[in-house]
Design a protein around this ligand. Structure first.
Ligand code: GDG
Length: 458
């Protein structure tokens, strides 16, 4: 079997039990199965960003990583990836910064990484590149004569043509994507938007899964990412989680807990979620003293202004709502601006009657899936899910809501609170059927199977 080479902006830990999340574990499994190389940034900054590779070996897996310089970090990562592509691909043109220097830095880092990986490649390697940081990576590798099969998976949404074309360099980036052999998107909607660009903007053509443009043909398909459903179910029913759960139930004293877990990011709809809580408390006074939202939101990308602003906004909104409604022994919103460990998180999912997952736009959203998998099948909680999360496609048995509509979200919370056991069980069973069939192994294997059978066309 060909060796797998995984390329991502950050490289997850390759040894130990791994604090790492689903994606890192999934890639590691694939690398273990066939032997492989994981390549990317160390996550460290060094003077001048020395282009020296650092190696780590565990069994048949090698991690090869490199530092970036401060300027590379500013232009490639903070600049073009996170201040331009991230907001634009989440349909937030209002937050998108177009800066030519950032774009040049982004291309340079992609080239630097390709220069370093190139000599490590074997002729029959299969290369799997991840996410928006690395759109031009295959193009840069091909400049070195690479003829291996190269696949790309986009973890975030793909924007509609009208938005994408606001990016001055859209044509160059899209042409670059055609150096891949296989493109994977989270949902059919993302795929449709990509195909729309190919036809209307690039003058290309579509035939089945094949897209042709810029003189090259590739396969483009949707591969909705999943979670390790069985592992999470096992963990949720384990003795340590049950112990945590008992403690949590004690402190809840019969109140209904709603759980939210999100990186602190403006795409996750956190201020709107707090506003929906405000609506709930105002419109249904019986919720006062009885319902609380526990929001876990660890800081992410804290050095960017947009992220500092959202943090301030949330703090002030939580302060306002709590100041107005809190009682001596009850606070409507418990907001924790830190990460909690995996076991506590699983116990929190299971102790919460409602999972509130209301991003304004999200590639998939794994929290929605984790919440459902962690429930007690005999007495499951209810998922309230944004229709704008990629996960909504597979999770039609959740209560789907429009996160822009605070009244609708508060009504859905009320519906979830009063949902009879039988209906909760039915919805949970339907959701679990999908989560078991379309888990992380299914995602990984489907993508790799297609990559194996893809052939460079020229
Ligand atoms: C991107 C796309 C797509 C969060 N807080 C804590 C914690 N987490 C874990 C969750 C979950 C993961 O982080 C977050 O994944 P999401 O999918 O919800 O969101 P993004 O980080 O934005 O991920 C997204 C994903 O890539 C995969 O393709 O679904 O659409 O935006 O696993 O559990 N974990 C722990 N403590 C926390 O406080 N332990």
């Amino acid at each position: 079997m060909s060796r797998l080479v995984a390329v991502s902006n950050r490289v997850g830990p390759i040894r130990g039990p791994g604090r790492a999340g689903g994606l890192a574990v999934a890639l590691l499994e694939a690398l273990k199965a066939r032997g492989g190389l994981w390549f990317g940034w160390t996550g460290e900054i060094s003077e001048g960003g020395e282009a020296r590779l650092q190696y780590e070996q565990e069994g048949n897996i090698t991690a090869a990583t490199v530092d970036l310089s401060q300027i590379e970090l500013d232009e490639y990562y903070n600049g073009f990836a996170n201040r331009c592509l991230w907001p634009l691909f989440h349909f937030r043109t209002d937050l998108t910064t177009f800066n030519r220097r950032h774009y040049e830095g982004y291309r340079l880092v992609n080239r630097k990484l390709a220069n370093l990986l190139s000599p490590l490649l074997k002729p029959d390697d299969h290369i799997w590149v991840h996410d928006y940081h690395l759109l031009p990576f295959a193009e840069a590798l091909r400049e070195h004569g690479a003829s291996q099969a190269i696949g790309f998976f986009l973890h975030i949404p793909f924007p509609m043509t009208e938005l994408l074309t606001t990016l001055p360099q859209h044509a160059q980036l899209m042409r670059g994507l055609f150096s891949y052999d296989l493109l994977g998107f989270q949902t059919e909607d993302d795929l449709l938007r990509f195909r729309d660009y190919v036809v209307r903007q690039a003058g290309g053509s579509i035939s089945g899964d094949l897209c042709t443009a810029y003189g090259r043909t590739l396969v483009a398909k949707a591969y909705p990412i999943g979670i390790d459903t069985r592992e999470l179910m096992k963990q949720a029913a384990s003795a340590p989680v049950r112990r945590e759960l008992l403690k949590m139930r004690d402190t809840l004293q019969g109140r209904t807990q709603i759980i939210g877990v999100d990186r602190l990011d403006y795409t996750k709809g956190l201020p709107q979620r707090f506003q929906s809580m405000l609506r709930l408390l105002e419109d249904y006074p019986d919720t006062q003293g009885r319902v609380e939202l526990l929001q876990i939101a660890p800081t992410s990308r804290g050095e960017l202004d947009e992220y500092t602003a959202i943090r301030k906004e949330l703090e002030s909104l939580a302060g306002h709502i709590n100041g107005r409604f809190a009682q001596l022994d009850w606070t409507p919103i418990r907001y924790i601006n830190r990460a909690v460990n995996r076991r506590a998180l699983t116990a929190l999912y299971r102790s919460s009657r409602i999972g509130l997952v209301t991003p304004m736009r999200d590639g998939m959203n794994l929290v929605a899936k984790e919440y459902v998998a962690a429930q007690d099948p005999a007495d499951p909680g209810v998922l309230v899910l944004s229709q704008f999360a990629g996960a909504a496609r597979q999770m039609q048995a959740a209560l789907l809501v429009n996160p822009y509509d605070a009244v609708a979200v508060s009504e859905a919370i009320q519906t979830a609170r009063h949902m009879p056991l039988e209906e909760r069980q039915q919805r949970h069973q339907q959701l679990m059927k999908k989560l078991l069939a379309e888990d992380i192994a299914h995602w990984r294997e489907s993508f790799l199977r297609d990559l194996n059978s893809s052939r460079p066309t020229n």
